[in-house]
Design a protein around this ligand. Structure first.
Ligand code: FES
Length: 142
């Protein structure tokens, strides 16, 4: 039986009545540290300077709030595409391993440049997350 996946941070927001079941969730998703080969960048106040996002690379960013992790794929200049940082199989937070995103829950892997599924059980590509650049700052466009 598969179990639901929540980040520890999200799990802490649940009512105390469900706390007893949280121990099983702790190993389900990576935390901010120890995140694959590159820790996610952390956005302050929901924005991150475009200059801190490497060009011609993929970078996980923690924008805070609900579903905080977004994969930013930056080309040259302000060419940016955002993808969800959560597995399409059962919602676990992904971790970046070089040019792929790995799911620690059941082993799915995604292309970190396109969001495409490389290895299941996930069958759906990572959905795009709208992002905008204003005054040199990147933020989610929600
Ligand atoms: S949640 Fe099952 S493979 Fe990611």
């Amino acid at each position: 039986m598969e179990r639901p996946c929540l980040s520890r941070r999200r799990a802490l927001l649940l009512p105390a009545a469900t706390a007893a079941g949280l121990g099983a969730l702790a190993a389900c998703a990576p935390e901010d540290e120890g995140y694959g080969t590159a820790a996610p960048l952390r956005a302050e106040d929901g924005t991150i300077p475009l200059d801190s996002v490497p060009e011609n690379a993929s970078t996980l960013v923690n924008f805070g709030g609900q579903q905080p992790f977004v994969l930013l794929v930056r080309g040259a200049g302000e060419e940016l595409t955002g993808y969800s940082g959560y597995c399409t199989h059962n919602g676990c937070a992904l971790r970046q391993e070089e040019t792929e995103l790995d799911c620690p829950c059941h082993g799915s892997r995604f292309d970190a440049g396109t969001g495409e599924v490389l290895v299941g059980p996930a069958t759906r590509h990572l959905p795009e997350v709208p992002v905008v650049v204003e005054d040199g700052l990147v933020r989610r466009d929600v």
